[in-house]
Design a protein around this ligand. Structure first.
Ligand code: GDP
Ligand code: MG
Length: 417
């Protein structure tokens, strides 16, 4: 044994990837992803640390939040910042405490939702939101269709994605939320407004075409957004497919695939035959685990508009990605300087739902004006609260406008007649 990949070692040791990464962080070992390799010496160190932790836990097995934390658990607790260090986290911790204020020993206690011995203040994990980008016709929609097991591409006018779609896929690795974008337009407009919806970007490259201008753009966008990137080499079923050429071309962009000694995860797939798709989903979960994505369904609601449109029959419809908290039918939503009351919500399969938690794309009926992609959505308890938020925003805008006018006038004075 010389070098070993992080996820392989985690599997061998029966550890979560996140736990192993925590240990590596503690040791100051640099890595890029769960597929990075580590040295044998490091593996020996990790095993020693685990043995020590095991011994410490054996001395104080009941390390629940109520008991005095052991030395080993102390660092862990501090890192999870469950109380004293950060006010935002403290707020969330308090919100959590409210939620779990019932005796933790009852059978309906939230223990069911939080397996293992996770501290009660821990914010639950949420599903990763994945965006698929790449050159036109390289198979973005087909790949999503394969995952979704429906045939949206066939129904699309001209085969070009006309709208921003978002859907939840139940995979063997848990829920993954996918965003289908026309090129990477939506991704950039959303980002331009300061919002980040995607946690992971999949760059689709056709094996018979290799890197094209929009592929390079997509890569640049993912890099600018600092979103972890996975490369899917699609259409490997074609006789003229040349995945090796794609890998070589990637290397020239300084994206060195794993097999070439780098850290870029490259998965050969076929949206036609389904080959490699399971592997891709597995890599998405591994990457998500590394990102340790969490959101509190009991926390304050925060969301982003994926797209807004007017439906002739229904009225204003908007797809909203829930990022924090939970959205309920009847809630008041504030976008920019307008608000609306949620009359109905549908999930990505078109089913009516009443509540939507983190990492859920929902279509919302009840906005008064068509919101734009990337606009942030806030929730208010009632109409009065919604109006107050809007009044404060309008005031802020007027203040900013006045300040600008004032600066211009001062400048004109200084310039003289
Ligand atoms: P997009 O523009 O990236 O969304 O690409 P589409 O999904 O619309 O696919 C473009 C064309 O490539 C369509 O004719 C698809 O049928 C075809 N295609 C997509 N994936 C594959 C694949 O894995 N193998 C083959 N042979 N064709 C594919
Ligand atoms: Mg498409």
């Amino acid at each position: 044994m010389s070098k070993v990949r992080i996820y392989t070692l985690a599997k061998d040791l029966g550890l979560e990837n996140a736990k192993l990464l925590e240990i590596l962080d503690g040791l100051g070992v640099a890595y890029k992803s769960v597929s990075s390799t580590i040295e044998e010496d490091t593996v020996v160190l990790i095993k020693e640390i685990l043995a020590e932790e095991g011994a410490a836990e054996a001395q104080a097995p009941a390390a629940t939040p109520e008991t005095q934390p052991t030395a080993a658990a102390e660092k862990d607790t501090a890192e999870k910042a469950t109380g004293q260090t950060n006010t935002a986290q403290q707020d969330r911790a308090e919100a959590k405490t409210e939620q779990t204020s019932e005796p933790a020993s009852t059978s309906e206690a939230p223990a069911a939702a939080t397996p293992a011995a996770a501290p009660a203040q821990d914010i639950p994990h949420r599903a990763p939101v994945v965006t698929i980008m790449g050159h036109v016709d390289h198979g973005k929609t087909s790949l999503l269709d394969y995952i979704r097991k429906t045939k949206v591409a066939a129904k699309e006018a001209g085969g070009i994605t006309q709208h921003v779609g978002a859907f939840e896929a139940q995979t063997s690795k848990g829920k993954i939320v996918f965003i289908d974008t026309p090129g990477h337009e939506a991704f950039t407009t959303i980002r331009a407004r300061g919002a980040n919806v995607a946690d992971i970007a999949i760059i689709v490259i056709a094996a018979d075409d290799s890197l094209m201008p929009q592929t390079r753009e997509a890569i640049a966008h993912a890099q600018a957004a600092k979103v972890p990137m996975l490369v899917a080499i699609n259409k490997v079923d074609l006789p003229q497919a040349d995945p090796e050429r794609v890998k070589t071309d990637l290397t020239q962009l300084n994206l060195v695939p794993e097999e070439y000694g780098g850290d870029v995860i490259v998965v050969p797939v076929s949206a036609r035959t389904g080959e490699g798709v399971e592997d891709l989903l597995e890599y998405i979960s591994l990457t998500a685990e590394l990102e340790d994505l969490r959101a509190d369904p009991k926390g304050e609601f925060a969301g982003v508009v994926i797209e807004g449109k007017v439906d002739r029959q229904a009225g204003v419809l908007a797809t909203v990605m829930v990022q924090e908290g939970t959205l309920h039918v009847g809630d008041f939503l504030v976008v920019g300087e307008s608000y609306g009351k949620i009359k109905a919500m549908t999930d990505s399969n078109g089913g009516r739902i009443k509540d939507a938690g983190p990492s859920t794309p929902v279509q919302v009926l009840g906005f008064s004006e068509v919101p734009s992609s990337g606009e942030k959505v806030q929730a208010a308890k009632n109409e009065h609260a919604a109006r107050e938020i809007i009044a404060a925003r309008a005031q802020d805008r007027r203040d900013a406008e006045n300040a600008r006018t004032q600066r211009r006038l001062t400048l004109e004075e200084m310039m003289g007649p």
